[in-house]
Each structure stands twice: as structure tokens, then as C-alpha cells.
Design a protein around this ligand. Structure first.
Ligand SMILES: Nc1nc2c(ncn2[C@@H]2O[C@H](COP(=O)(O)OP(=O)(O)O)[C@@H](O)[C@H]2O)c(=O)[nH]1
Ligand SMILES: [Mg+2]
Length: 291
């Protein structure tokens, strides 16, 4: 699972001195290698370093705690980590992201999690673009006993969303989760389609989607930042679902997206089984810093 610094103890034993510039440079390198952006790595280390000098701190444990404190500061400023299902049903979750990042499987995971919390759910199969996308989400729907509203392949995704919200009103459902098509983040068609879906939600439900989750594959590396920027510019992304944490150890992207773009990671998924999802827990994440 995620790490930020692979070998802090090793680095410390090698240099054994906060006065050694190479110690700090190596530490910064480690952060960047683990997908922390240069900007965020600077933010973390420059204050820690200054503090160490001012307060004559020269022990591994204290430095470790200072770094952890900085990371907590990034992750915890004013975030609300729970989904609040308000009285004005349905609560609408729009899920977006590029091809293959794990949108559809994350929706199934999220749906099961919310279902376990006692919520009634509908899924809108608004990825009408990719072959087999509708069947894929229907398969999950059957498994979970959740109704999936769908039209035919290549039909208008907006119409699927429209019908899904009608259905949610009729069934008094708590939550509608909207699956969408991927393509590349640079595709103008995709962005227009997503904006249109958002307008339809607003028109039918008298407000924008309650959550817009961007799905990011944690293997994407530093490029995840530019991916996020494109979606953020088009839509008010309220949180990230970070997928495939089982296949990389580089956790820095969590900090980069939060610090540089001010979007919190809300969920992580870590496997292909439907239960492989958790709310993102900053405390646990910070503890992973330790090698
Ligand atoms: N190992 C692993 N695989 C995942 C995870 N999430 C999704 N996948 C796989 O990634 C592939 C693409 O997922 P899918 O949900 O279809 O992506 P979409 O195109 O964004 O809807 C599938 O093979 C999934 O099983 C995860 O957390 N861990
Ligand atoms: Mg999909």
C-alpha cells in the first residue's frame, strides 16, 4: 500500500545531521519519486527544515513527526469526509474520469458500501459510448440487487440521466449514481457531454449533482495532476476516488491533488473485489509515511 518516503531511517543513518543539505535533498527526491509534486514537496520540507534549525532539532523521530504534522495539515484543512445524504432526495453522485481508471467498478463498490449503510440506490448507465459498458454495470446491478437505468448503446447519455432521476422520484430512492463514458481528458466531446449531464441534473433535481467524483488511477503518476486540472476546470469536482492502490506504492498523488488543486481524496479502492473500497483516512495515510 501507499508510501511517501521509502527509507527515512536509512537516509538519516547515512547523513545523521539536519545540517547536511544532502539529507534534505535526498528526502525531497524521495517525495518526488513517490509522486509528490515539487511544489508540495517544497511546502512540506522547507518549513520542517527551518523549524529543525531554529529549535535545534536533530533526531530522526522528531523530524519524522514534523513531516507527519505537515502532511496532516495538507490533508485536514476543513474537509468533510462523509457523504451527507440530505432530506432532499435523491442525492446525486456523478462519477467521471478518463478511460479505464475504474469508474464503473468503483461505482459498484461505492453502491455496495452505501447499500450496507442502509441507503436505497439507483444507477444510471450513462456510459453509452463504450461497447459492453452497459452490460458491465448491469452485471454489478444484478449482483447487488440494484436497479440500473439504461438505454441502448450510442443513445443520448443525458436522456438516461433524465429517466433515472424520474425513476428515483417515483421510487423515493435515496441516491442516484451516474456512470459516464471515459475517452481522453482532452476530448472536447467528453467534457461537453459531462457538462450537459450536469445541466440535466440541475434542471430535474433543482440543483447541481451533490457530489462529482473524479476517478484517478493511482498508477497514473504525476500526470494525474494535469488530468485533474482538466476536469476541475469543466466541473466542480468535489472529491477523488483513487483506484488501484493495490498496484502501486506511490501515495504522493494524494498530497499533490489536495495541496496544489485543493480537492480531497475521499475513497480509495485496492483490488478487483467489490468490497475493496474504503473511505480515505488521513490518519492512517500519514502513518504509512513511516517505512
Ligand atoms: N487491481 C485493481 N484493479 C482495479 C481497481 N479498480 C478497477 N480495477 C480494474 O480496472 C479495469 C477498468 O475498470 P473499469 O471500472 O471498467 O474502468 P472505467 O473505464 O473507468 O469504467 C478493470 O479491469 C477493473 O477490474 C482496483 O482498485 N484494483
Ligand atoms: Mg466504465
Amino acid at each position: 500500500m501507499f508510501k511517501l518516503v521509502n527509507n527515512l531511517t536509512y537516509l538519516w543513518n547515512k547523513f545523521k545531521d539536519r545540517g547536511n543539505a544532502e539529507f534534505w535533498n535526498s528526502l525531497e527526491e524521495e517525495l518526488i519519486l513517490n509522486n509528490v509534486s515539487v511544489n508540495t514537496a517544497d511546502f512540506i520540507l522547507s518549513e520542517v527544515k527551518e523549524y529543525c534549525f531554529k529549535n535545534s532539532i536533530n533526531s530522526l523521530n522528531e523530524i519524522k513527526n514534523l513531516i507527519k504534522g505537515k502532511i496532516k495539515e495538507i490533508l485536514e484543512c476543513g474537509n468533510n469526509w462523509d457523504i451527507h445524504i440530505n432530506e432532499k432526495k435523491p442525492f446525486i453522485i456523478l462519477v467521471v474520469g478518463v478511460n479505464g481508471v475504474g469508474k464503473t467498478s468503483s461505482i459498484a463498490k461505492l453502491a455496495m458500501m452505501l447499500q450496507k449503510e442502509g441507503k436505497s440506490i439507483l444507477i444510471a448507465a450513462a456510459d453509452t459510448y463504450r461497447a459492453a459498458a452497459i452490460e458491465q454495470i448491469q452485471f454489478f446491478g444484478e449482483k447487488l440487487n440494484i436497479e440500473v437505468i439504461h438505454h441502448q448503446r450510442n443513445s443520448d447519455p443525458g436522456a438516461v440521466v433524465y429517466d433515472s432521476i424520474d425513476k428515483a422520484f417515483a421510487k423515493n430512492a435515496d441516491i442516484v449514481i451516474i456512470d459516464t463514458a471515459g475517452r481522453m481528458q482532452t476530448s472536447a466531446n467528453l467534457i461537453n457531454e459531462l457538462k450537459k449531464i450536469k445541466r440535466i441534473v440541475n434542471k430535474k433535481n433543482s440543483r447541481d449533482p451533490d457530489e462529482i467524483f473524479l476517478v484517478i488511477d493511482s498508477n497514473t503518476g504525476q500526470n494525474a495532476k494535469s488530468q485533474t486540472e482538466v476536469f476541475k476546470e469543466a466541473l466542480d469536482i468535489t472529491g477523488i476516488i483513487l483506484t488501484k492502490a493495490d498496484s502501486t506504492s506511490k501515495g504522493g498523488i494524494v498530497l499533490t491533488i489536495k495541496h496544489d488543486l485543493n480537492i480531497p481524496v475521499r475513497f480509495i479502492t485496492y483490488g478487483e473485489r467489490i468490497g475493496d473500497i474504503s473511505y480515505f483516512d488521513p490518519e492512517k495515510f500519514v502513518d504509512l509515511l513511516v517505512e
